[in-house]
Design a protein around this ligand. Structure first.
Ligand code: ZN
Ligand code: CU
Length: 487
């Protein structure tokens, strides 16, 4: 018998940004069968009410499952497939492979540099092999993979401290071509990281052309988010424009006190660029960024909190300034000693975060780092925080617009087929939450804390989270792009 679930008497917030409407949503199998009112009296022929699980959603919003467009979950979907930090926020899909870093297509025992952000699962020479592993692991959430430029470089070059030769570029393009043919949704780059910094714009443009042929997207952690951010934005947008691909600027921010306030320049530039090309951005709702420990990000002014350290695990969760004081060193010297490791950098101004998050082209992406010992709280709290802090408390936008930034807009920008909206016939990825109480609980001090106010999470029709706990349902799938032949 097909599974049927009727969500009754909720506020249907459909993900388009349109105002919510009181009503019901009927899910049959992995699809949304109907959206409307009084659906229990209009069930399809052959489906008696007795065969339907009915859940009262009075006082609750029925929304599309949230789409986390910026993740580094490539390996964690395999190693901890319950995906509780994400599922408990209402997330039903993760876009992996951001910032130039994907586990596919690369086989290596010990990853180096920024690739360490992904943990240690570099065993997949192809998207097909990775997709099989994901399917075998049965994660609770859907997985939509981007292919990382840094990963392609690692697979095709012996020395990452230089530009790729013509031959190496051709090899990267061929690898990417196969990944796209296997269903990857696009390309990402992390030109900010040492392993990709030496790549000229042209190297990325060649790869982006491959993506264009397959109808994919290009997401970039730009070369810099500091003094030269406008130049970096022009580089990224020219590259995407020349190649003919839609562009997503990753975790848009103006980093460092000297650049605070400059979203007043960057956002108008995005508006201008949007006149000639398809451009969007993702953002997380916090003033701290987080990545590997890097001495060039330690200026002695901003606060830095250690999120992991291989040589000094006992320093995890502590502020770099206090460690430096204890050691009698500068913060930069302390950073060097603590490496390899990770940190949260309090490098943004709240006003900039507010401006970016309010912009109609921004989507929510957590950028959570699931392998960090003491991770940035965005890993457990990003989505509820947007609703609690930026909609309910600060009223920067309507609840419907907030949901749109987490669902409909995200699916549209990443070309996720029939997801991101509560619409008849589309996939049954649904998050039911309490608008009055949804909130993040994770903090910098206590980052491993479950968010509140998410009532139910349904993934491909499977109830996976209910009444504050995982049900054990694991309905996630690989979201592979249909290739030209299959379209
Ligand atoms: Zn990044
Ligand atoms: Cu990232």
């Amino acid at each position: 018998m097909t599974r049927a679930l009727l969500l009754e008497n909720g506020l249907v917030v459909d993900g388009t940004g349109e105002q919510g409407r009181a009503g019901d949503v009927l899910l049959i199998g992995d699809r949304i069968a109907a959206v409307g009112t009084g659906l229990r009296n209009r069930l399809p022929a052959g489906l008696p009410l007795d065969d339907v699980t009915v859940r009262d959603c009075a006082g609750l919003a029925i929304a599309p499952g949230f789409i986390d467009v910026h993740t580094h979950d490539d390996a964690i979907v395999l190693n901890a497939p319950g995906m509780f930090p994400k599922l408990s926020q209402g997330v039903t899909t993760v876009v992996t492979g951001n910032c130039g870093l994907s586990v596919v297509p690369y086989v290596v025992a010990q990853p180096q540099g920024a690739l360490t952000l992904l943990g240690n699962s570099f065993q997949y020479p192809s998207v097909a092999a990775y997709a099989q592993a994901v399917t075998d692991a049965q994660p609770a959430v859907n997985v939509a993979p981007l292919i990382g430029h840094t990963t392609l470089r690692s697979a095709c070059m012996d020395d990452l401290a230089r530009a790729a030769s013509a031959q190496e570029t051709a090899a990267m393009c061929a690898l990417l071509e196969q990944c796209m043919a296997d269903g990857a949704i696009g390309l990402s780059s992390g030109l900010f990281y040492a392993e990709a910094m030496p790549a000229p714009a042209g190297e990325v443009t060649e790869l982006a052309r491959v993506v264009a042929r397959h109808g994919g997207v290009y997401a970039t952690h730009m070369r810099t988010e500091m003094a030269d951010i406008l130049e970096a934005m022009h580089e990224a947008s020219d590259c995407a424009f020349e190649a003919g691909v839609p562009l997503v600027i990753s975790h848009h921010k103006c980093a460092g006190p000297a650049n605070w306030g400059r979203t007043k320049q960057t956002l108008p530039l995005i508006d201008t660029l949007a006149l000639r090309q398809d451009i969007a951005m993702d953002v997380y709702p916090y003033v701290a960024g987080s990545t590997v420990l890097r001495e060039d990000l330690v200026d002695g002014i901003i606060d830095v909190m250690v999120s992991w350290s291989a040589p000094y695990p006992e320093m995890t969760g502590r502020m770099l300034a206090s460690i430096a004081a204890e050691w009698g060193t500068t913060q930069r010297e302390a950073c060097l000693r603590l490496k390899p490791g990770g940190a949260c950098y309090f490098q943004m101004h709240e006003d900039d975060v507010r401006r970016v998050i309010s912009h109609p082209r921004s989507m929510i992406g957590s950028d959570g780092l699931p392998h960090d010992q003491h991770p940035h709280p965005r890993l457990w709290g990003a989505f509820p925080r947007v609703l609690a802090r930026y909609w309910r408390e600060q009223k920067l936008f309507s609840m419907e617009q907030a949901v749109h930034k987490m669902t409909g807009l995200s699916a549209r920008n990443f070309r996720l087929h029939e997801r991101g909206e509560v619409r008849q016939g589309w996939f049954a990825d649904i998050t039911v939450f309490d608008p009055a109480t949804i909130r993040d609980v994770a903090t910098y001090e206590q980052p491993l804390a479950q968010s509140e106010g998410v009532a139910m999470v349904i993934v491909n029709g499977e109830l996976s989270f209910d009444a504050g706990a995982a049900t054990g349902g694991r309905g996630g799938r690989m979201l592979l792009k249909p290739g030209p032949a299959r379209r």
